[in-house]
Design a binder for this molecule. Structure first.
Ligand code: PNS
Length: 165
């Protein structure tokens, strides 16, 4: 069985993430969407459980997708799941440079290869960071996150950013 792991912070999941998940589900027998912690992003807007719920909602019609949460190093988790391929989404040259380094480290530390995938062009500008910024200024997110979660994501972010106003 060909398995792949698609790790990310998913804070929150976007249409770009969903596009990659759908493509991966066509190419692999099983796709683990793995929610992890990025050391450079100290505080997330959504808890890991909330991110898991959002990802489960947007992938519920894709039977070979499983959403999981991991702590620690990605390479250790991939080994634990017996997965040989990491999937990373890239949008531009900056992403490629950064992910190339991570890929080298994961190859060196565990012999696991990283596959890079571009999302559709229309999703290339979208990032979780941008989504957070837009919600903060009271603009709806329908062009950026899947419709099933748009209201929940918008409300959560708007309230969070304005709770001390
Ligand atoms: O969506 P992101 O923020 O680009 O996801 C980054 C993530 C969570 C995939 C990455 O930070 C990660 O793999 N974290 C776990 C710790 C780890 O293995 N770091 C990489 C060492 S090579």
């Amino acid at each position: 069985m060909k398995k792949v792991i698609f790790p990310g912070t998913f804070d929150p999941p976007t249409l770009g993430h969903l596009d990659i998940i759908k493509k991966a589900a066509c190419l692999f027998d099983h796709v683990y969407v793995a929610i992890g912690n990025n050391i450079s992003k100290s505080q997330t807007a959504f808890s890991s459980d909330a991110r898991m719920q959002l990802l489960k909602t947007i992938t519920k019609t894709i039977p070979n997708v499983e959403v999981v949460i991991f702590q620690g190093l990605l390479i250790d988790f991939a080994k634990q799941l017996d997965v040989q391929i990491i999937l990373k989404a890239v949008r531009n040259a900056t992403d490629i440079d950064y992910e190339n380094l991570q890929a080298q480290l994961n190859r060196q530390m565990g012999g696991v290869e990283t596959l890079f995938m571009f999302s559709e062009e229309k999703f290339r500008l979208i990032s979780s960071t941008l989504v957070k910024e837009i919600a903060k200024y009271n603009k709806r997110l329908i062009a950026f996150v899947p419709s099933e979660i748009e209201e929940a994501v918008f409300k959560h972010l708007f309230i969070q950013f304005h709770k001390d106003d």
